[in-house]
Design a binder for this molecule. Structure first.
Ligand code: UDX
Length: 429
């Protein structure tokens, strides 16, 4: 077997696993990727990339000789000492994270003094400690354990991997923490060496804080609508304060995706399970739920009853540059509109295939103008550049009505109005 850092294993080939694998291959490691999904592994072996992520296909292709794909964990165990775990930890009905995939990996790893698990999957604080107890109880106490949370964003995941704001490595001593730190050293990012529980909490707290920032600015936007202020101006003024920062102050129709909704809920439940009521996060979640529905109120104010009205949704993915539909605001919006009797058409440049699995009863259009044809109103749901740069005169001609709701505050109100459309943003004058 090679040294700890020139060969690694990655278990799970979803967004985090594939980007981690491609990123470390780019840095020169041989990478053994393992997934239980045989079809996915076959596709990866053929050079196909099962997800849409800018730059990922190129990175995988460029490093194909250093990337190995298998359904057999033994292949990774044979070649690599560090095994990065990047399996899904979806929410359960109780809001806790479902750790069954993590436990399956732990169960499958044999006793060894040579190997260590490096947890990339987002897990509740305390998971590392309990997994290490499981190791001890099953005679596997030679296995190392490191918490190394991932902060990459979908849509810019490759860039985020190669240029992280920080790398967090949590361990309780032993060789593996140093080996992980050494692997990341070429990226020259600030390194946070800490204990396992604190590393786990850095991840949950970071996501919860960012989600709080979004719900906060969304509430400010809602107050702006009552008071005549413009949230874009307010965010600009706030963001210049170094202590606040300009990022994540974009008001809109709420956050979605595979991380924020799940992680905020998981942290709230984690606190609740230990007897602490995390009031702030309860509000963050509620504000986000309501924010998706406020669009319906805006449509009703202009159109009256939505029964029989034709509404075009521009974008479906939870954010641009991804085909991920998990917890996308469009899911709530399309269902709510249909429940009110509206006829919904939608266009998304990339996420249509994923959306078809989750959304029914709407028409999927092949182009923005096809979605907008004869629409009474349109809602910008995802700020894809193709949609932000639409020719608004052409849009106005295609629609039968003239209402455009900018659910992401991504458009130039003057340009939209100049085309003869009514512009409504979120918290904008
Ligand atoms: C997030 C975290 O940013 C990342 O660090 C973590 O590893 C995973 O979760 P991601 O879910 O890919 O990443 O997307 P992100 O760009 O953070 O956006 C999340 C959601 O918040 C999107 O729905 C986006 O539209 C929304 N958002 C973001 C806002 O509504 N306003 C903002 O100002 C920023």
């Amino acid at each position: 077997m090679s040294t700890a850092s020139d060969s690694i294993g990655v278990i799970g080939t979803g967004y985090v696993g594939l980007v981690t694998a491609a990123g470390f291959a780019e840095l020169g490691s041989e990478v053994w990727c393992v997934d239980i999904d045989a079809e996915k592994i076959e596709r990866l072996r053929r050079g196909e990339v099962p997800i849409y992520e800018p730059g990922l296909a190129e990175l995988l292709a460029r490093n194909s000789e250093r990337l190995h794909f298998s359904t057999d964990l033994a292949d990774a165990l044979e070649h690599a000492r560090l095994l990065f775990v990047a399996v899904g930890t979806p929410p359960t009905y109780s809001g806790d994270a479902d750790l069954s995939a993590v436990h399956a990996v732990v169960g499958a790893i044999p006793a060894s003094d040579e190997h260590a698990l490096v947890m990339k999957s987002t897990v509740p604080c305390g998971t590392g400690a309990s997994l290490q107890r499981v190791f001890a109880e099953s005679g596997k106490d030679g296995l190392g354990y490191v918490s190394c949370p991932e902060f990459l964003k979908e849509g810019s995941a490759v860039k985020d991997f190669l240029h992280p704001d920080r790398v967090v490595v949590g361990d309780e001593g032993g060789w593996a923490g140093d080996a992980v730190a050494e692997l990341y050293a070429p990226l020259k990012a600030p390194l946070v060496r800490t204990d396992v529980a604190s590393a786990e909490m850095v991840k949950l707290a970071s996501n919860a804080f960012l989600a709080t920032k979004i719900s906060f600015i969304n509430e400010i936007a809602n107050v702006c609508e009552e008071t005549g202020a413009d949230v874009v101006e307010v965010a600009r003024g706030m963001g210049l304060d170094d202590r606040i920062g300009a990022k994540f102050l974009q008001a809109g129709i709420g956050f979605g995706g595979s991380c924020f909704p799940k992680d905020v809920d998981a942290l709230k439940q984690l606190a609740g399970n230990s007897g602490y009521h995390f009031q702030l996060l309860t509000a963050v979640i509620e504000v986000n739920d309501l924010q998706k529905r406020r669009v319906i109120g805006k449509l009703q104010r202009h159109l009256g009853s939505l029964a029989g009205k034709r509404i075009a949704l521009l974008g479906l993915a939870f954010k641009p540059n991804t085909d991920d539909m998990r917890e996308a605001s469009s899911l709530v919006l399309s269902a709510r509109l249909q429940a009110d009797g509206a006829v919904v058409s939608a266009y998304d440049p990339i996420a249509e295939e994923q959306a078809r699995k989750l959304v029914s009863g709407i028409t999927f259009a092949a182009s923005p103008l096809q979605a907008l044809a004869d629409a009474d109103a349109a809602v910008l749901v995802t700020e894809w550049s193709e949609l932000v740069e639409l020719d608004w005169v052409g849009v106005a001609e295609a629609m039968s009505g003239n209402l455009l709701i900018d659910g992401r505050n991504a458009l130039d109100p003057a340009a939209v109005r100049a085309a003869g459309l009514i512009y409504e943003g979120i918290g904008r004058r």
